[in-house]
Each structure stands twice: as structure tokens, then as C-alpha cells.
Design a protein around this ligand. Structure first.
Ligand SMILES: [Fe+2]
Length: 513
């Protein structure tokens, strides 16, 4: 290591020229001192300036992290120097510490003459046999790190301006060196924290420099099923298939994302990776820029999401199976209803298809449309409790018979209300004979009190009923059906539903199946 210049005894003097020479030597040497050599350097300088100023002791005190104590971190003493100040607590030497914190120079030539406000300092100085002291703050940026001091044990001393200037300049040099040392220590600490994180992470962490892997943690080795030698020096491209499932070129995509991350925009993405042996796996990757020491790396954190993907796929297929099972159950219900009431055979399916088409024409979400279709398929399930002879009666129904038929929305609701559909099927069925003006049944709901799905089924139901054959009358045709809903648009039937329905038949060539 390079050490600061230490003046030989014959060079010692209070002379300004010698002082300048010393300061010049100290500062040029200190600037290039490696952080690990700072402590030795400071001790050497304390010796040099202590000898130069002919003091009994020179020292550096630094404030602790919470600032309530100043500890002696560096010291030089001439032969035979007696007792010494150790740790200076803010409480025991509050007057001294307070003045140092206010960036003042503390210059005491005779400790016996200290004023009453500094009685604690006076007792402490006398206890260790101190006669005179001069202390100068060490300031880094806007914070006072501590102080540098000269002590005289054997005589009362008036410290010259030159000596105080020397301490101020040396204090500045020390502040610079100590800050550098603190930064280096903090960096070392954060590097060792990073290393611990790196070694024990539950995700693969890989460092890329110059387009190749330069580091890989143990988790990375097990994830890519390889040894260190098989991955270090290789490109990330070697651990990816040529293209990704969506057709993107792996090389181009990795290079693009790497560039973005290195320029300071972290990247998160899903990726198809390849293990060393060739098997593919699904991963989630985050790319970010890290600086370690003076080197810049692309850090890739990789999480194997194969299990999660498989679970998602399993869940999707379970849902699909459930949907199919539900569809099967509904088909069975439809079959029961239609065996009992052959005249409405196909009615529900035709209503369901028209309602689905209306929902789509209205740009409703696909899931809502699916719910409407499902409700349509079983909307007359309540007819199961109406006697078959009434349902298939060729002539006009009596008032009493009609009342029985009017029960079917409520019956349908009762049958289905406890079934857990992902849609409000039971309520749609309950409301499918309601009318916008409150003239419908069973509740006489008005306007938006009706579910939109029910307003759609209602229109589809009326169209299908008028256009098709009934036991008590022949089919009246689609034009008559459309005339009915257009005449009562906004009165009995929702205007936007009517518009969508009319558009289907007139412009989209929709036909009842
Ligand atoms: Fe009905």
C-alpha cells in the first residue's frame, strides 16, 4: 500500500512552508488509498501531524449510527502519554459533542478554566489528566461524522491558527477517505447479501454478460438439468427452442428484451425454455439490469411454471367436463318436458338459438350469451307440472286452464333456484313472461326490473310462438311475428332487443331452425 508522507524529525517545525508541504503530501497520497488501507493511513497521518505539532496525543472520534456516542476509532500518542478519553457519550460530553455537531472548532487551552455549563467535560478531562485539547469536526457532505483532535497532557497549550488549519484540512481529507471506506463497506455488505440471495434463491438466477451466461445459482443448475461447466459460457438461446409457441423467433425476442432490460426497463414475460437434455418447460422470466462492482450484468430470474400450467390446463378441462355434464343434464330435462308436450318439441331449442343470436347481435359478452342460450333451452321446464291434456289441447283454453299454464315460470324457478349455475338461469326463467309495461306474469315486473336476459328470451319466445304451429292454430309466419314485436316495441318488448331481432331476420337472413 501507499502510505502518506511522514516527515522526518528534522523537518518538524511550525513553519508555514513545511505545513504546506505536509498537507500536499497527505492529500495526494490519500486520494489513491484503497478503502482497506484507509485505517492504517489515518493512523500514520495522526502520527505525522502529532509529531509535527508536538502534541502528546492525536485522535479521531466518529459518531455512531444513532449519533448518541462518539467512539475513538484512530489514535496516535507520543511515548508515555497517560490516560485517554475512550468512548465519548453524548450525555457525558454533551457540551463538546453539541459544539462539534454545530460544526464549531472546540479549542480549550486550560481545562480548569472551562465554564460551569461544561462541568462534565471538565471533570472527564481532569480524570484522564488532560490539560489542553483542540477538536475540529470531520464533515462529509452535510453531516458531521466525528472529530479530529490534538491533546496536551503536560502543559497548557494555545493552539496556533496554523495548527487549527492543519486539523481542518486533515479533517477534510479524513472525511473523504472515511466516506469512501463506508461506501465500500456498504457495497461489500450488499454484495454479500446478493450472494446469499443468489445461492439460496428458490428461483433460478443467471447473470448474462456479453450475450453468455457468466453465473448460475444452484437452483438454475437443477432447473436446466446441467452442470456449471455445461451452462457457463453458453448463450440463453441454447436453452430455448428456435421459436416460441406463438411463433416468435426466440433469438430475436431474447435480444430485444435483453436490450430493453439493460437500458433500465425491466422485462417480465412467459417463455418456453429447454433443459440441457432437450425437454421443454414453461417458465416465467424477469430480466433486469444489475451492477456488481464496476460490471453491468443482465440478470435473469427464471421460475419453472410447469406445475402451475398443468394445474391450469386440468382446471380448464374439468370446467369443460362440468359444462358438458351440465349440458347433458339440461338435455335430459328438455327431453322429459318435450316427451310430455310434443307440440313444443323443438320450441325451446329454437327460442334458445334465436335468443343467442339476439345476444350476439347486441354485442353482449360471450359468457352472457352462453347463459342466455342455456336459459332458453329450458325456459319452459315449469310446464312439467301442467297436465299433458291441457298442453296439447287443440281448442281454446278455458280461463282456469290458462291460469294453470301461467304457473310454469314460477314452477321452473322453484325447480332450478337451488342449482348452482354460473348464470341467473332460474331468475331468467321466472321472468320470461313479464312485459315491459308491467302487464306480464307472474310478478308484473316493469322495464329494467326485468333481467336483460329475460327481456331477450321474452322476445325470442313470442317470435317462435307466433311463427310456428300450435295445437290450437296453424303457424302464422315470421312476418306476423315481427309485426307483433315491432308494434309493441318499447311498450311490451325492450326496444334494443326488438331492433336486434328484426335486424337478424331482415338483414342477416336469420331463419328459425
Ligand atoms: Fe313460456
Amino acid at each position: 500500500m501507499r502510505r502518506p508522507i511522514i516527515l522526518e524529525p528534522e523537518q518538524q517545525s511550525d513553519h508555514a512552508e513545511a505545513l504546506l508541504k505536509m498537507i500536499f503530501g497527505l492529500s495526494t497520497n490519500f486520494i489513491s488509498l484503497p478503502p482497506d488501507d484507509v485505517d492504517d493511513g489515518i493512523n500514520d497521518v495522526l502520527k505525522a501531524i502529532g509529531t509535527f505539532a508536538r502534541v502528546d496525543r492525536s485522535g479521531v472520534f466518529q459518531f455512531g449510527e444513532n449519533g448518541d456516542k462518539a467512539g475513538r476509532t484512530h489514535e496516535w500518542s507520543s511515548n508515555g502519554a497517560g490516560g485517554r478519553l475512550e468512548n465519548v457519550s453524548a450525555e457525558s460530553l454533551s457540551w463538546l459533542c453539541g459544539r462539534i455537531r454545530s460544526c464549531e472548532v472546540v479549542h480549550i487551552s486550560d481545562v480548569w478554566k472551562l465554564p460551569a455549563e461544561s462541568a462534565r467535560e471538565r471533570d472527564e478531562f481532569r480524570r484522564v489528566g488532560l490539560r489542553s485539547i483542540v477538536a475540529v469536526p470531520i464533515v462529509s457532505g452535510y453531516s458531521v461524522m466525528g472529530f479530529i483532535e490534538f491533546e496536551s497532557l503536560h502543559e497548557d497549550k494555545v493552539w496556533s491558527e496554523n495548527i487549527i488549519s492543519l486539523l481542518k484540512i486533515v479533517g477534510e481529507i479524513f472525511a473523504f477517505a472515511l466516506s469512501r471506506k463506508r461506501i465500500a463497506e456498504a457495497l461489500k455488505q450488499s454484495e454479500s447479501k446478493y450472494k446469499a440471495l443468489f445461492e439460496h434463491a428458490s428461483e433460478a438466477i443467471l447473470l448474462v454478460e456479453g450475450g453468455v451466461f457468466v453465473e448460475c445459482n444452484p437452483k438454475g443448475l437443477s432447473m436446466f438439468a446441467c452442470t456449471r461447466e455445461q451452462i457457463i459460457g453458453r448463450s440463453p438461446i441454447d436453452f430455448s427452442p428456435p421459436t416460441q409457441p406463438d411463433g416468435r423467433d426466440s433469438r430475436e425476442e431474447l435480444m430485444r428484451k435483453g436490450r430493453l432490460a439493460l437500458s433500465g426497463t425491466p422485462q417480465f414475460f412467459e417463455w418456453k425454455h429447454r433443459r440441457y437434455g432437450g425437454t421443454l418447460f414453461d417458465a416465467e422470466i424477469s430480466f433486469s439490469r444489475v451492477e456488481l462492482g464496476k460490471r453491468v450484468f443482465l440478470q435473469a430470474m427464471v421460475r419453472d411454471v410447469t406445475d402451475r400450467k398443468q394445474a391450469e390446463e386440468k382446471l380448464a378441462s374439468t370446467l369443460e367436463n362440468l359444462r358438458k355434464a351440465m349440458g347433458g343434464t339440461i338435455e335430459a330435462i328438455v327431453h322429459v318436458v318435450e316427451t310430455k308436450d310434443p307440440y313444443t318439441a323443438g320450441h325451446q331449442n329454437r327460442v334458445a338459438d334465436l335468443a343467442r343470436a339476439i345476444g350476439t347481435e347486441m354485442h353482449l359478452p360471450a359468457d352472457t350469451v352462453e347463459g342466455i342460450r342455456m336459459a332458453g333451452v329450458i325456459h319452459d321446464i315449469g310446464k312439467i307440472s301442467v297436465p299433458a291434456e291441457i298442453l296439447s289441447k287443440p281448442g281454446k283454453l278455458s280461463q282456469k286452464e290458462f291460469e294453470l299454464i301461467k304457473d310454469h315460470p314460477q314452477t321452473g324457478y322453484e325447480v332450478l333456484k337451488d342449482v348452482e349455475f354460473p348464470w341467473p338461469i332460474a331468475r331468467i326463467i321466472l321472468q320470461h313472461h313479464e312485459r315491459l309495461d308491467g302487464s306480464g306474469y307472474p310478478q308484473g315486473l316493469k322495464g329494467e326490473d326485468m333481467l336483460l336476459e329475460a327481456r331477450i328470451i321474452a322476445v325470442a319466445d313470442v317470435i317462435e310462438a307466433i311463427a310456428s304451429h300450435r295445437p290450437y292454430r296453424p303457424a302464422r309466419g315470421i312476418e306476423a311475428a315481427l309485426a307483433e314485436i315491432e308494434q309493441n316495441k318499447g311498450v311490451l318488448y325492450d326496444a334494443s332487443v326488438v331492433d336486434a331481432c328484426v335486424k337478424l331476420f331482415r338483414e342477416r337472413a336469420y331463419r328459425l331452425r
